[in-house]
Write a protein that binds this ligand. Structure first.
Ligand code: ATP
Ligand code: MG
Length: 582
């Protein structure tokens, strides 16, 4: 692992101004703990993914909290793989998770696996048995569920609950030795079958599973359950603040019970709201289903909300971190508008993406009065937001491509772009006026003939006449053929989770989520754009070079269009708020 801590650096400017930080109740709890002198003045966190899929933008929120808050206090963060479920976990996922955390800009201090602790967890389970706090139960999974009761019905004690310590020790030892088949017996904590909290009704600690584990192989055939493994792993690592999502709130008494019974390091569990995004599914299980059914091309399909998908799409780690900082944390679950995430992507790319010209759906324009064979070099600004980015030369000739959409033979009154008799400005080029069109036998326009005004080089009209519209273009002779992939959200419904019986989240898959344009044309500077590089195509949006690119044939993913709909949504929200305050 590198010795540098990029996270610390990049977080500094963001958090140095106290008022620029949205309030965060977790930070407040940490400050309280530090003031009270708990945990020897330390803050230590962990990010604990289960390696059963690729990370998604929801995990990015957890990562930013776990790493970001620890960094603020000069603390440490471990990456711990919660690998207690051998049948669903794979090394591929472990590797992708590590790559994604690094890409987001974070470095872990310790790298651990819950499976590192299997021996200690086993010894601690034996200790609980010896203390009369755990027992081996022969009930089946169904019976255990039935005996557990419900919120309104108290649980019933298992007939095996009062086995002797000696018998429990013997049976647990034999469970470990592989004497029993899967599901034959479990180890349960002996707490309270009438507790109003179902998690305290003798929760299962261990189950028998004869399966190959990605790290421990066949060494174990009993595996600890999440509730027993998680808190104890926190405690072994001396994690001070263990952050997790709100669905674990009701598990907290159990988390604390194990720590108290074992007398081990008292890690503190703190719950926060899970990120939900409109038009998006954030569940590894469901995302896996999309991959397996071939609804997307893979975990890194640019339509996927996975870190690898949005990376391929062109999102930047800075944009994701800024977004996570802005949404903050809360104690109630809500839904964030997808447009808000896109707003942060746009905001960041606006600062860093060089500009370029590309024509997605080309229409040929011939400048009849432009000298034949003349090639001019037009000077174009690389990034108006960043003077240091300089300028580049773009070749201009008498045969150009413009966007098909930028010409109308019969324009409506509001249409100010090119049409017969109408003058427009070519960005960094000349002003041109359309004179006639050429059509193919089907009536489709194949060429627009124009005259250019040689006095307007660079787009200035010497007589000061108004030219209402400026359009982009590429020189036909110099254009690079490219493929462009346009995206829409994967789902058409704001909340794709089914609400009716028998419905599936895949019911609202968007048939237009991907549109592939194979005949697009880009300016020559894009011929050898490196995979992963990002551009603003003038007037069209931000684009990133896809790994499917081959020599001479770039493939671009539209990261996000230029129009910021979030600003509008926010304004509407504010006026709604104002209205409700009145
Ligand atoms: P999924 O249902 O997608 O598999 P999970 O919660 O089971 O999610 P884990 O690998 O167990 O995934 O999660 C690792 C950490 O990331 C946990 O602390 C979890 O609470 C957090 N996390 C997962 N999904 C979200 C989300 N949508 N928003 C915020 N945090 C999340
Ligand atoms: Mg999980």
């Amino acid at each position: 692992m590198a010795a540098s801590h990029p996270t610390r650096k990049h977080l500094e400017p963001e958090v140095s101004a106290e008022e620029s930080r949205p309030s965060n109740f977790i930070r407040d709890l940490m400050i309280e703990d530090l003031k009270a002198g708990s945990y020897e003045g330390r803050v230590q966190t962990r990010f604990p993914p289960e390696p059963n899929g690729y990370l998604h933008i929801g995990h990015a929120k957890a990562i930013c909290l776990d790493f970001g808050l620890a960094n603020e206090f000069g603390g440490h963060t471990n990456l711990r793989f919660d690998d207690t479920n051998p049948s669903k976990e794979e090394t591929e996922y472990v590797e992708s998770i590590m790559a994604d955390v690094k890409w987001l800009g974070f470095e872990w201090d310790g790298l651990f696996y819950a499976s590192d602790y299997f021996e200690t967890l086993y010894e601690w389970a034996v200790r609980l048995i010896q203390a009369g706090k755990a027992y081996v139960d022969d009930l089946s999974a169904d019976q255990i569920r039935e005996y557990r009761g419900t919120l309104t019905k108290p649980g019933k004690e298992s007939p095996y609950r009062n086995r002797s310590v000696a018998e429990n020790l013997d049976l647990f030892e034999r469970m470990k030795a592989g004497e029993f088949p899967d599901g034959a017996r479990v180890l349960r904590a002996k707490i309270d079958m009438s507790s109003p909290n179902l998690n305290l009704r003798d929760p299962v600690m261990y189950r028998i599973l004869h399966a190959e584990h990605h790290r421990t192989g066949r060494r174990w055939c009993i595996y600890p359950m999440y509730d027993y493994a998680h808190g104890q792993s926190d405690s072994i690592e001396r994690v001070t603040h263990s952050m997790c999502t709100l669905e674990f709130e009701a598990h907290r008494p159990l988390y604390n019970w194990f720590i108290e019974q074992l007398g081990i390091f008292p890690s503190r569990q703190i719950e926060f709201d899970r990120l939900n995004l409109t038009y998006t599914i954030l569940s590894k299980r469901k995302l896996l289903q999309l991959v397996e059914q071939g609804q997307v091309r893979g975990w890194d399909d640019p339509r996927m909300p996975t870190i690898s998908g949005i990376r391929r799409r062109g999102y930047t780690p800075e944009a994701i971190r800024n977004f996570c900082q802005a949404i903050g944390v809360s104690r109630t679950n809500g839904v964030i508008e997808l447009e808000m995430l896109e707003h942060f992507v746009r905001q960041d790319l606006n600062l860093r993406a060089p500009r370029a010209m590309a024509v997605l759906r080309p229409l040929k324009v011939v400048l009849d009065n432009y000298p034949e064979h003349l090639v001019e070099e037009m000077e174009a600004v690389n990034n108006p937001e960043d003077p240091a980015a300089g300028t580049r030369k773009v070749p201009f000739t008498g045969t150009l491509y413009i966007e098909r959409d930028d010409f109308r033979e019969e324009p409506s009154p509001q249409y100010y772009r090119l049409s017969p008799g109408r003058e427009v400005r070519l960005r960094y080029g000349y002003c041109i006026t359309a004179t006639r069109v050429v059509k193919d036998p089907r009536g489709e326009i194949t060429e627009v003939h124009c005259r250019y005004d040689p006095e307007t080089r660079g787009g200035h009209t010497p007589d000061g006449r108004k030219v209402k519209s400026t359009i982009h273009w590429v020189s036909a002779a110099h254009a690079v053929d490219c493929e462009v992939r346009l995206y829409e959200p994967l789902f058409t419904k704001k909340d794709p989770n089914p609400t009716e019986e028998g419905a599936e989240f895949t019911d609202s898959l968007n048939p237009n989520s991907l549109v592939v344009l194979r005949g697009s044309k880009a300016e020559p500077s894009l011929a050898s754009a490196p995979v992963g590089s990002r551009y603003q195509f003038e007037r069209l949006g931000y684009f990133a070079v896809d790994p499917d690119t081959t020599p001479g044939k770039p493939v671009f993913n539209r990261t996000v269009a230029l129009k910021d709909t979030w600003a509008k949504i926010e304004k509407k929200g504010q006026s709604r708020e104002k209205a409700s305050r009145r």
